[in-house]
Design a protein around this ligand. Structure first.
Ligand code: GLU
Length: 451
C-alpha cells in the first residue's frame, strides 16, 4: 500500500457521515501530493499530513434571535480555525441551511491551500451558520448577525482571525457583524473584510473573486496555447456575487456569457446576459431569475424540474469556456461529458469545489484546461488581504491599484501552478500543480515553526 493510500484509509476510518465532503477535498489533495510525500522524507518525518488535516480548533455555538413576529429562533454558529502557519486565520462565513461542521471543514481545508497559493501572509479558516438569509427582513438579518457576533467576537481579531463573506454573507451582513463587534469591543479595527467602502472596505472586493477567475483563465489559455476568450460563448452558473462579476468581466473583455442560474432555474440568453437586469434582480430585489424573461421573453428560462434528473441544464449549453460559480458538487460526470461532447475547451471554478471528482477526471483525460477553485477563485481572499493591509495602514487604494495587484496575483498563481505541475511530471494538470504548490508552502512553514 502506498503512503497516500495508507493515509486515505486511516482518515476515512475516522470520518463521520458529515465529513464525506471534507474527505472528498482531502482525498484529492493526498493523491496529488503523493509523489512529494514519497520523494521528500521530511514531510513524513514531521507527520505533516496527519497534522494538516486536523483543524487547530472548532468553535460551535448557539445563536438565538427574535424574528419579526417576536418568536425566538435558534440556529447553530461555527468557526473552524484550521491552520495559521502562514498568517492569521482567514476565510469567509457562510449562512445557508446546508451548513454543518463537515462542510465548514472542507471549506476551511481548501482555504489553507488557496490562501497559501496567493503568496500572501494568511492562514486558513471558515465559519458560518445554518441560518438562511433568504426571505428574511433586513431587521431579522441584523438581529441574527448581532447575536452571532456576541459569541464570535471572542475568537477573532485583526492578527488572530479575520472572517469575510461567502454564500449568504455579503456587504449587508458584514456591516451588521462589524457594527456589533465594534459595539462589544469599542474597537474600530480591520477584524472583518468585505466591509462596505465607507467604513474601511477595499474598492473592488465585491468584484474580486469573479474578475480573478477571468484573469486566471486568460493566463491559463495563453500558457496552454489556446484561443483567448474574446468573442467566445461562455457559460456561467450561479447568480451570486462571484457569478455576477465573472459575467461582468467576460462582457468587459468581449466574451459572450450566455447563462446564469439559481436554485430554481437557468437563464439561457444567446445574445449575452443583460448585466444590469441581472444585478437588479439579484442584488437589489434579491428575487428569482424567473423575472429575467419578463423583461427579455426571447431568453429561455429552464426551471430545475423541467430538466431531466441527473445532469444540469447550464452545462448542456454549447460553449468555449465554462465557469461553475454556484456551489460545491454542482457539476457532475454527466455534466462534464455534456461539456466535452459540445466542444468545451476550458473549465474554471469560481465556486468552491463545484466539480465532482469524476467530472474532474473526465476533464483531465480529455485535455480540457481545468482551473481548480483553490487557484482560480483565490482573487476574493487576495483582495481581502489587501483590505487588511489598507486597514492596518489606515489608507485606501484606488480601484486601478487594486485591480492591477489582483491581476498580478492571479497571473502569478497561474504560472506557479503550471510550473509546479511541470516540475512534478504532470504538465497541464492544474489540480496537482495547485495542491502540490499550496501544500509545500504550508508544510515548509509548519516544519520551520516546529510542533
Ligand atoms: N469566501 C471566500 C473564499 O472562499 C473569501 C474569503 C475571504 O475573503 O476571506 O475564498
Amino acid at each position: 500500500m502506498s503512503l497516500a493510500e495508507e493515509k486515505i484509509k486511516k482518515f476515512e476510518s475516522v470520518s463521520s457521515e458529515q465529513d464525506a465532503i471534507f474527505f472528498q477535498a482531502m482525498e484529492e489533495v493526498i493523491y496529488s501530493i503523493a509523489p512529494l510525500l514519497e520523494s521528500c522524507d521530511i514531510y513524513k518525518k514531521n507527520s505533516i499530513l496527519d497534522r494538516l488535516v486536523v483543524p487547530d480548533r472548532i468553535f460551535k455555538f448557539k445563536v438565538t434571535w427574535l424574528n419579526d413576529q417576536n418568536e425566538i429562533m435558534v440556529n447553530t454558529g461555527y468557526r473552524v480555525q484550521f491552520n495559521n502557519a502562514l498568517g492569521p486565520y482567514k476565510g469567509g462565513l457562510r449562512f445557508h441551511p446546508s451548513v454543518n461542521e463537515g462542510i465548514l471543514k472542507f471549506l476551511g481545508f481548501e482555504q489553507i491551500l488557496k490562501n497559501a497559493l496567493t503568496g500572501l501572509p494568511i492562514g486558513g479558516a471558515k465559519g458560518g451558520s445554518d441560518f438562511d438569509p433568504k426571505g428574511k427582513s433586513d431587521f431579522e438579518v441584523m438581529k441574527f448577525c448581532s447575536s452571532f457576533m456576541t459569541e464570535l467576537h471572542k475568537y477573532i481579531g485583526p492578527r488572530i482571525d479575520v472572517p469575510a463573506g461567502d454564500i449568504g454573507v455579503g456587504a449587508r451582513e458584514i456591516g451588521y457583524l462589524f457594527g456589533e463587534y465594534k459595539k462589544i469591543t469599542s474597537s474600530f479595527e480591520g477584524v472583518l473584510t468585505g466591509k462596505p467602502f465607507m467604513f474601511g472596505g477595499s474598492l473592488m472586493r465585491p468584484e474580486a473573486t469573479g474578475y480573478g477567475v477571468i484573469y486566471f483563465t486568460q493566463t491559463m489559455l495563453e500558457m496552454e496555447n489556446k484561443e483567448s476568450l474574446e468573442g467566445k460563448i461562455c457559460t456561467v452558473s450561479g447568480a451570486g456575487n462571484v457569478a455576477i462579476h465573472a459575467i461582468e468581466k467576460l462582457l468587459h473583455i468581449g466574451a459572450i456569457p450566455v447563462s446564469c442560474s439559481d436554485s430554481r432555474g437557468t437563464i439561457y440568453d444567446t445574445r449575452g446576459i443583460d448585466l444590469a437586469l441581472l444585478k437588479e434582480i439579484k442584488l437589489e430585489k434579491r428575487g428569482s431569475l424567473e423575472e429575467y424573461v419578463k423583461t427579455f421573453p426571447e431568453a429561455k428560462y429552464i426551471p430545475v424540474n423541467d430538466y431531466p434528473q441527473g445532469a444540469h441544464a447550464v452545462w448542456d449549453i454549447p460553449c468555449y469556456a465554462a465557469f461553475p460559480c454556484a456551489t460545491q458538487n454542482e457539476l457532475n460526470e454527466l455534466d462534464a461529458q455534456n461539456l466535452i461532447v459540445n466542444g468545451c475547451v476550458s473549465v474554471s471554478e469560481g465556486a468552491n469545489m463545484p466539480s465532482t471528482p469524476t467530472a474532474i477526471s473526465n476533464f483531465l483525460s480529455h485535455k480540457v484546461c481545468f482551473a481548480p477553485a483553490k487557484a482560480a477563485n483565490a482573487g476574493g481572499v487576495a483582495v481581502s488581504e489587501f483590505e487588511m493591509a489598507q486597514n492596518a495602514s489606515m489608507s485606501h487604494w484606488t480601484f486601478e491599484e487594486v485591480d492591477t495587484k489582483l491581476k498580478n496575483v492571479m497571473q502569478q498563481i497561474c504560472k506557479r501552478v503550471a510550473l509546479t505541475a511541470k516540475d512534478y511530471g504532470v504538465e497541464g494538470n492544474y489540480v496537482d500543480g495547485a495542491n502540490i504548490a499550496g501544500f509545500k508552502k504550508v508544510a515548509d512553514a509548519m516544519i520551520a515553526e516546529g510542533i
